[in-house]
Design a protein around this ligand. Structure first.
Ligand SMILES: Nc1nc2c(ncn2[C@@H]2O[C@H](COP(=O)(O)OP(=O)(O)OP(=O)(O)O)[C@@H](O)[C@H]2O)c(=O)[nH]1
Ligand SMILES: [Mg+2]
Length: 461
């Protein structure tokens, strides 16, 4: 449930020690509530009387006993020119965990309700300041792992996706109105040309949505990261590869096969592409209970990965386990990594491995080939990105699914037109497509979905 008429508060800065800590308050009581705690050194200076977008300095005291809680700067932003469009007060205190918690306590004791995760942004959306895609972009911006991810989130925050979708929605409303007018006044003959035009209009919108939907294939990596699993039989150098890519001694490396037991996941920035790289337990058949569980996790990581780095030991001939791995990855997006290039190569890998797969020779020991591998990870996974990155892209699964549902409804609508079926059925499909597009920007989005979206936000945002 969303309440819009009460006053909410939360700590807006990260937990821990910092130069300052901020308690944010939003709602009709924000100014008067903060005033009961605030004492300016200049007599008579109050938050309620302060100009909007001003900052005032003073003491914060607990009204219960008059004790000093902190020295603060208070920012005053009156609605509608604020983040939530309600009155907003931000209390900037010294950034210690105890003192900022104490400030929140006395704010809550004055009657503010502790904000739910994302509730400030939810209010900005419900009060009509931003669209739902913009609200989602706020979270993406906060979570952005690379500069390119930040740029994409910012683009969405500025409303580019919402604008594009709104234009398509308005075009669709026109078509819908035309169909519905003809249902109401069938005697007004529109002529064959009008129906053709309508069919074309539908198709144009469907094509544009299709183009948007396709950008998700690659754009999603910038939001969620490219899930990349390093797999291979024991001792080929998977953990050494993880360490070399991270340039840190993260995973244990030994010459004993079966060293890694658990998944190790780390984040890597390769030319702006956020990569979630996973080191896995070496896959083999003879293994003890603990290792078997590790191998089960390796196989699952292999299944779920967007991209697989299949590692082989270049100094050894291929064995049965290597061949098993090749069978598992042959139809997947994978890069063959032949490691230990500092040693003599025993076989010709090009002849034994699937020819369609990119292959790179590396040595985690000398660092040879690592740059080529990184470039290959980008090239294999971002095939269309150069053309797509300047346009509007979709990074969020919820948005992509709604677009696909709209595309399906428009496809059915086109078919109905072509077969000359009743316009009532066409109008239903068009309404369906409209609902799906509207749900993306939040023109119509069920409360349940809103709750789910905002619950993934952090507290205080
Ligand atoms: N000569 C040479 N040895 C390497 C290279 N990379 C790894 N090794 C050695 O290979 C052995 C195994 O390395 P790991 O990184 O632990 O191999 P792994 O694939 O993670 O092994 P498991 O965790 O058991 O599956 C260690 O002794 C490494 O020092 C390389 O490029 N050249
Ligand atoms: Mg290992």
């Amino acid at each position: 449930m969303s309440f819009l008429d009460d006053t909410i508060a939360a700590v807006a800065t990260p937990v821990g020690q910092g130069g300052i800590g901020i308690v944010r308050i939003s709602g009709p009581e924000a100014l008067s509530l903060a005033d009961r705690l605030f004492f300016s050194c200049k007599a008579g200076r109050t938050i309620t009387a302060a100009a909007t977008h001003s900052i005032i300095y003073g003491d914060l005291r607990d009204p219960a006993d008059g004790s000093l809680v902190d020295e603060v700067l208070v920012s005053v932003m009156r609605g509608p020119h604020s983040y939530t469009r309600d009155d907003v007060v931000e209390i900037n205190g010294h950034g210690g965990m105890m003192s900022i918690r104490r400030i929140l306590e006395i704010v809550l004791a004055q009657g503010a309700r502790l904000a739910e995760p994302g509730e400030f942004t939810k209010r900005a959306f419900l009060n009509g300041r931003i669209s739902l895609t913009q609200a989602e972009a706020v979270m993406d911006l906060i979570a952005a792992k690379t500069d390119e991810s930040r740029r994409i989130a910012l683009d969405q925050l500025r409303g580019r996706l919402a604008e594009r979708l709104e234009a398509l929605r308005l075009a669709l409303i026109d078509l819908c109105a035309l169909a519905e007018a003809h249902i109401d006044f069938p005697e007004d003959d529109l002529g064959a040309g009008a129906w053709e035009e309508m069919g074309q209009g539908l198709e144009d919108i469907r094509q544009e949505l299709g183009q948007l939907s396709r950008t998700f294939d690659e754009a999603r990596f910038f939001r969620d990261g490219l899930a990349t699993a390093i797999v291979g039989r024991p001792n080929v150098g998977k953990s050494s590869l993880l360490n070399a890519l991270l340039q840190q001694d993260r995973a244990i490396v030994t010459d004993i096969p079966g060293t890694t037991r658990d998944l190790i996941e780390e984040c890597l920035n390769i030319s702006g592409l956020p990569v979630r790289i996973m080191d896995t337990a070496g896959i083999r058949s003879s293994a003890g209970t603990v290792e078997q569980e590790g191998i089960r996790r390796s196989l699952r990581a292999l299944e779920d990965a967007d991209c697989i780095l299949a590692v082989f030991d270049g100094s050894m001939p291929l064995n049965a386990e290597d061949h098993d791995l090749i069978a598992k990855i042959v139809s997947r997006r994978a890069i063959i990594v032949v490691n230990k290039s500092d040693l003599d190569e025993k076989i010709c890998f090009e002849e034994l491995l699937p020819p369609h797969m990119p292959l790179v020779r590396i040595s985690t020991l000398t660092g040879e080939g690592l740059d080529i591998l990184k470039a290959l990870i980008v090239k294999t996974n971002l095939r269309n990105w150069n053309e797509e990155r300047e346009g509007v892209v979709v990074t969020n699964l919820r948005q992509k699914q709604a677009i696909d549902q709209a595309i399906a409804a428009l496809g059915r609508g086109g078919e109905i037109l072509r077969c000359g079926q009743p316009l009532e059925i066409l109008a239903l499909e068009l309404r369906d497509a409209l609902d799906h597009i509207g749900s993306i920007t939040g023109v119509i989005t069920p409360e349940m979905i809103l709750d789910k979206i905002f619950s993934e936000f952090c507290i205080g945002k």
